[in-house]
Design a protein around this ligand. Structure first.
Ligand SMILES: [Zn+2]
Length: 338
């Protein structure tokens, strides 16, 4: 990890800290600074001496090469998690430095208006901050691998929509997207932006507040008495169209994703600890079917024992190296030669 990369990180966390105290009139500037800090795609160049270890075999410095050998000429299905978006400034609930809190569960959300008021008040603050985030080189590398015909499909556990913004087309948002809202009564789907506009109009005292961002666009915020909820035209309660903790992924969506796995020749996991069954089951099924599994993640994952290759690396670095190595079109765009 080069000094310049470290610098970007420090600047980014400075931006994150400063946000908490910035009033809304400074948000445009905040967004600009944020973009500068994160969009500075100073990816370290592919480095043969990168610290790479494989799951069961220490491959030494050529770990990436082993992964490249595995994916070359094969149809690769990618599965991504929160660790991929941390380089975009979106914290991971389970990663190092994650917020000391747990997200609202589905059961709590549907328990009544008090919980929904608490959720939406926090979301009104947190989602705006989430909307500042941009795709990072890891997202761009995966999109380049798709354009190169290497990655034939991507399943993500992330709800931030960054894969789509990076240009990924064959994409299943396993846990939904924070940008959409659904009515719990009539299932009508609407735009989160519109819901937030209505919430802001009803609750200007909350809309101007700032809080600490969380992965699902939630924010840490106390004291939400008197917060006015927005309802569907049918009178039903609105919920972000994402799979909450304790909620099941819709069955047809799982079947669709499993269909993609059955056609794949390699499963490439990036940035997921695989603690949640909704992701782990793909690794288990791949292993059962004899499909090689490559896992890129800093720290242990639930799938390590099933992995053919494990790369203990940051996602942006590893994916850029992979894209570069298999010469996916455009992968060099974000690559700065040393
Ligand atoms: Zn409705």
């Amino acid at each position: 990890m080069g000094a310049s990369h470290q610098g970007v990180r420090q600047r980014r966390s400075a931006v994150m800290r400063n946000w908490r105290s910035w009033p809304s009139k400074h948000h445009r500037r905040a967004r600009k600074l944020w973009r500068e800090a994160t969009a500075e795609k100073t990816l370290p160049s592919p480095d043969p001496s990168t610290d790479v270890t494989l799951g069961r075999v220490n491959a030494g410095p050529r770990g990436i090469d082993h992964a490249v050998d595995l994916i070359a000429g094969r149809r690769v299905l990618a599965l991504t998690g929160a660790g991929l978006s941390t380089d975009s400034g979106i914290p991971d609930y389970r990663g190092p430095g994650s917020p000391p809190r747990t997200p609202m569960t589905y059961a709590e959300f549907v328990s009544g208006e008090a919980a929904q008021r608490r959720y939406w008040a926090r979301a009104l603050v947190g989602w705006r901050q989430l909307s500042y985030a941009d795709p990072n080189p890891g997202h761009h590398a995966l999109a380049a691998l798709e354009r190169g015909g290497v990655v034939t499909g991507l399943i993500t556990q992330n709800v931030d929509g960054l894969h789509s913004r990076a240009g990924q087309h064959q994409l299943i948002d396993l846990h939904g997207r924070v940008a959409n809202v659904v009515c719990l009564t009539c299932r009508h789907s609407s735009s989160r932006r519109e819901v937030h506009r209505r919430l802001s109009d009803l609750n200007p005292h909350v809309a101007d507040r700032t809080g600490t961002i969380a992965p699902d666009g939630d924010a840490v915020l106390d004291d939400v008495d008197g917060f006015q909820l927005v309802r569907c035209a049918c009178g039903g309660a609105l919920k972000p169209d994402v799979v909450f903790f304790g909620e099941n992924v819709p069955r047809d969506r799982v079947a669709h994703a499993m269909g993609w796995l059955d056609q794949a020749e390699v499963l490439l996991v990036a940035g997921s600890s695989l603690h949640v069954m909704s992701g782990f089951r793909f690794v288990r099924r791949a292993a059962e079917a004899g499909i090689p599994v490559i896992i890129i993640n800093r720290g242990p994952t639930r799938g390590d024992a099933l992995a053919t290759r494990k790369l203990e690396m940051g996602c942006a670095q590893a994916l850029t190296d992979l894209a570069y190595a298999v010469r996916a079109p455009d992968s060099a765009v974000h690559h700065q030669p040393a």
